[in-house]
Design a protein around this ligand. Sequence first.
Ligand code: NAD
Length: 250
Amino acid sequence: MGIVDGKVAIVTGGTRGIGYVIVKEFLKNGAKVALAGSRQETADQALAKLAEEGFADNVMGIAPTLTDPEAVAAAFASVVERFGRLDVLCNNAGVSSREKLVDYTMEEYDRVMDINVKAPFVCSQAAARIMIEQSEGGSIINTSSMVAEYGQPAGCGYPATKFAVNGLTRSLARELAKDHIRVNAVAPGVTKTDMVAALPPEMVERISSGIPLGRVGEPEDIANAFLYLASNQASYVTGVTLRVDGAAMT
Ligand code: NAD
């Protein structure tokens, strides 16, 4: 029995990186999980990998276009049909950006805004409609970033989206509290997904030495924060952006 035992969760971007580990930790802790991928093929590949790791049950894959309200509503309805209810939405899917302002294209700006801000809005709306009808509350957890505290010296669209995520989080927490739907965000620092793991060890060491806790985060560190915020142990916590960054300050 785990801290999210019996809960049904949807995790966007659950096919790899932090999202994949969130899916695994939720399954380990007793939840039923729908992972959302950008394509059904990548969702199916993630399901196959989970099965290899011993997590074949209580998990399904969906692949709606996350900015399309009708596609998202239909995919979320299929989760309720399969698992009977919906308790938790983890808005984890996200893309970053490195372009300098003078080189930014509108395509790049829209790409980052769409997946990082519009998608959490669309998915939160679809999930809240289901949760309000169930009348048993729920938990929506967004993914912010340490850059929503400090900005970054290039790729301004990315921190702009994460500041927006914090605003969405605070506002929806206030709006949905009467329905007992808690809305929080997790703000990871540098986290060892494939991209960070592929960096030369000396670069990872340099990054780590600037972090007060002396290491970059593991995806499990981030997944544990999602688990807590999804669980009943966080029943009086809403509107919070929880930093999980080893007290990094850049
Ligand atoms: P990742 O690139 O490994 O995974 C991103 C996930 O988002 C993938 O599953 C991908 O399929 C999904 N995704 C991307 N575009 C999509 C689209 N158009 N439609 C549907 N799904 C899409 O990245 P990650 O590091 O695991 O990042 C996960 C979240 O954590 C993101 O929101 C990211 O901004 C945030 N974050 C990561 C770090 C870090 O250091 N890794 C730090 C701070 C915040």
